[in-house]
Write a protein that binds this ligand. Structure first.
Ligand code: NAG
Ligand code: NAG
Ligand code: NAG
Ligand code: NAG
Length: 761
């Protein structure tokens, strides 16, 4: 996690409902006084949030396969292409707010439809001139899947239905699709009343997606290639990878929008007989552009003269956008219009001095080529997306119930979007990088990869291997920076720049060494390819010896829950170290090395000591927070890995009884929003609670323990992407960080058990 752990009291004091500070405080704070900022926010909230309140809450029916579950997730994910390009609607309806990035910063996309001369919004809220702001379309439903988000709208007079699908391609079985940074916005329009209607569509995206500061100067260019008419916007400066950090956007590379012109586009004439293409792209100021569409049904063909210009930002500024307008002409039967949204970052990450490109660049010479393939595959991708969503929901529901499925389908997209698949030219292979979103933005943080790992182990273990190798390579002194500790490093750097050596690390000796052993063994168990780990075996053995030497009494040290500060003799941490020693013995066997059994013997011995010191029987059997700490408790989710790794009765001979007693205890102390992490307060981590729940043998007990997580997401009023840290009594507020983190991939641990052990009961 982040470098400076916060004391919980301070962190609580900091915790504010985050939606109330929405208007890009990051940049605007520099230009406006705080009072002005507050005034801007209040106006925005009054106009755009409460405008929708009297209609009441709209329920999102998400899990359809096991009887519908009414679930309203905190945000509606729209397009989530990679750690930078992430667009959410942080409201109940697509027209209640502007679109935003993961930390609630404005990342505008606005969509409008014009029906028989009247314009309506279907995406985004107006930030200026609310008198001229088109009325919203009526949102009939929204369905959020693993890769698709589908809206259905009707115009207020009931003339047309507009269905809009926002979709990416994060398919774990296809590296090219996984890495292709092209999203779809698919519009399907048809008449509702049987009459013909005159329909035009408009979509724009602001240069905020391609800039960091409001005064970054951007330029735009139209293009025609691969059968597409497109436009891009990006900074003039184009300083690749010159920045890293958490609440920091990339200000290099280009945002693209493109559509496929219809066959008649080049001949089409308007009433006066002048050539009027049906598809027009345009860059420039948002105000004129949107106003032109509202009055004429298309954006102007006269270029905006202000190219280049600053990005601009905020409610009252005329920010720079790129847009596509499409004349659908007469609509009766369903007609489709597709806009592709793509981000060409040119260079994705820097690894100890080497600039690495996104893997998609291996296949495509340009983003236009990638978009050309994407447009051809529209129908196939729509079908693939629907099939993926349906099959995932069915499997999730079967293993963990409808509430589990409702949350986990959203967790899928959040996990995959924090990953970046790149091409390592020197090695001729793909590598993966992860951004620890919202808690310092660290790169490939081992104790963040660990909770995220079940999602990858379940879908494609080799994607996890590609995430571990850059870390193993650094730890083994293969980079320009030395690493001198006898245990696993914590991070490579701050995304997207890997440049940390020994000194920059936040040491978590037992935590991260244990994590690495778990993940390496889990990959080896799922693949015939063991060669990749051979070069690292001597180093791993050093780490195992270190683990053994500090067990069974873990020293005063940080573990992953670093926001608590260091703790000696932490039972959950000790359980990790002990199970990890057994995992190392298995790695040793798998690689046919000598003296493996000695590690297993040591692990079993440590487990006996643990059982004698960690357990308490009053009021019912459970585990203490630290050895000898009477009256305390802790959930011991790390134990689950003995079962995830199918280690049988080692190192904890009584694992089954232990797990059963723990689950009984967790159920007995559950609050409205779940079981707290330990006896210090009511807080819990979503990822750890989902593992505690997965320790339950009976599906019904899993569902009871997971219910708190479901309720938290369903009832929390803090609109941020799925959080993994909250109060089990009040459902919030959460800490200002801990949102949109890939650790939410932890929810797939239940699926791992289900797939390796067959049907749950
Ligand atoms: C989710 O919350 C809403 C209230 O906001 C409630 O009506 C609905 O029943 C909840 N869903 C479940 C499954 O409890
Ligand atoms: C890497 O180099 C440092 C400094 O020489 C050394 O202490 C460390 O043991 C080396 N690590 C490995 C895995 O060889
Ligand atoms: C851990 O517990 C052991 C045994 O009770 C004790 O000797 C040791 O000092 C404790 N270590 C820490 C860091 O509290
Ligand atoms: C593990 O540590 C114990 C001392 O706690 C020692 O007796 C044993 O030999 C060690 N095992 C290995 C494999 O190094």
């Amino acid at each position: 996690m982040d470098h400076t752990y916060v004391r919980l009291e301070e962190a609580k004091a900091e915790a504010q409902p985050t939606q109330q500070q929405p208007l890009s405080w990051r940049r605007r704070g520099r230009q406006l006084g705080l009072t002005t900022l507050a005034a801007v926010c209040v106006t925005a909230i009054t106009v755009f949030f409460c405008g929708a309140c009297p209609e009441g809450l709209q329920r999102l029916v998400l899990a359809k396969n096991d009887g519908p579950v009414a679930f309203q997730p905190p945000t509606i994910p729209l397009l989530m292409l990679d750690p930078y390009f992430q667009v959410h609607m942080m409201a109940e309806k697509a027209t209640d707010d502007v679109t935003r990035g993961w930390y609630s910063d404005m990342r505008e996309m606005q969509g409008m439809i014009r029906v028989d001369g009247t314009s309506y919004r279907f995406l985004g809220a107006c930030t200026v001139n609310s008198d001229d702001c088109p009325a919203p379309m009526e949102q009939v439903s929204v369905d959020i899947g693993t890769v698709r988000t589908d809206f259905v709208f009707h115009d207020p007079q009931g003339r047309v239905e507009l269905r809009v699908t926002y979709m990416g391609t994060p398919y774990t079985d296809d590296e090219e699709l996984f890495a292709r940074p092209v999203g779809y916005v698919v519009h399907d329009v048809e008449s509702l009343d049987g009459n013909d209607h005159d329909v035009q569509l408009y979509l724009d995206a602001s240069a905020e997606h391609a800039t960091f500061e409001a005064d970054d100067v951007v330029e735009w260019d139209g293009w025609e290639q691969s059968g597409l008419k497109g436009i891009r916007v990006g900074t003039v400066a184009q300083q690749f990878l010159h920045r890293h950090g958490d609440k920091v956007n990339l200000d290099w590379g280009f945002l693209h929008l493109a559509a496929q012109p219809s066959a008649v586009d080049s001949e089409h004439k308007d009433a006066e007989g002048t050539h009027q293409p049906l598809t027009i792209v345009r860059g420039g100021g948002a105000l004129d552009n949107r106003a032109d569409f509202i009055s004429t049904g298309h954006v102007s063909r006269t270029p905006d003269q202000g190219n280049p210009r600053p990005c601009g930002e905020g409610a009252e500024e005329d920010k720079t956008i790129i847009s596509v307008s499409q004349d659908m002409q007469t609509v009766n039967e369903a007609k489709r219009h597709v806009v592709l949204v793509a981000y060409d970052d040119v260079y994705a990450v820097k690894y100890y001095g080497h600039k690495l490109k996104g893997f998609w660049r291996e296949k495509y010479n340009s983003i236009q080529e990638a978009m050309g393939d994407a447009i051809k595959e529209t129908d196939a991708m729509m079908a693939k997306g629907a099939a993926h969503d349906a099959s995932e929901v069915e499997k999730l529901t079967k293993a963990g119930g409808a509430e589990y499925a409702a949350v986990t389908r959203i967790a899928y997209r959040q996990t995959m979007a924090a990953l970046k698949l790149v091409w390592n030219e020197d090695l001729g292979t793909t590598w993966m990088f992860l951004k620890e979103i919202s808690t310092n933005g660290d790169m490939n943080t081992v104790d963040v990869v660990y909770p995220a790992s079940p999602a990858l182990l379940y879908h494609n273990p080799m994607l996890l291997q590609k995430l571990l190798v850059p870390m193993l390579s650094f730890a083994n002194n293969e980079t320009s920076m030395e690493y001198s500790k006898p245990f696993s490093p914590h991070e490579l750097g701050v995304y997207p720049v890997a440049d940390h050596g020994t000194k920059a690390q936040e040491p978590m000796p037992m935590e991260n060494t244990g994590n690495m052993f778990f993940m390496i063994l889990a990959i080896l168990q799922r693949s015939q390819d063991h060669a990749w780990v051979e070069p690292y075996y001597p180093m791993l053995k050093t780490w195992a010896d270190y683990l053994n030497s500090t067990l069974p009494f873990p020293e005063h040290q940080l573990c992953t829950d670093d926001f608590r500060g260091p703790l000696g003799n932490n039972t959950n941490l000790a359980a990790k170290g002990i199970v990890a020693l057994e995992a190392f013995a298995e790695i040793c066997h798998t690689l046919d090395r000598a003296d493996c059994a000695a590690y297993s013997t040591a692990a079993v011995h440590h487990a006996e000591v643990w059982t004698a010191l960690a357990r308490e029987t009053v009021p019912m059997p459970h585990t203490r927070l630290a050895y000898g700490d009477e009256g305390s408790f802790s959930i011991v989710y790390n134990l689950l890995w003995q079962r995830l790794l199918q280690l049988g009765a080692k190192p904890f001979a009584n694992y089954d009884d232990l797990a059963a007693e723990e689950v009984r205890f967790y159920l007995s102390i559950a609050n409205a929003y779940g079981t707290p992490m330990d006896s210090r307060d009511h807080m819990v981590k979503t990822d750890w609670l989902s593992w505690a729940a997965a320790m339950a043998e009976e599906k019904a007990d899993f569902e009871r323990l997971f219910h708190g997580i479901f309720r938290f997401f369903n009832e929390s009023t803090v609109r941020v992407p799925l959080s993994d840290f909250y109060n089990t009594v009040t459902a919030g507020p959460i800490l200002h960080g801990f949102r949109d983190r890939p650790v939410i991939g932890a929810l797939y641990a239940k699926m791992l058990l289900h797939s390796t052990e067959g049907e749950a009961k």
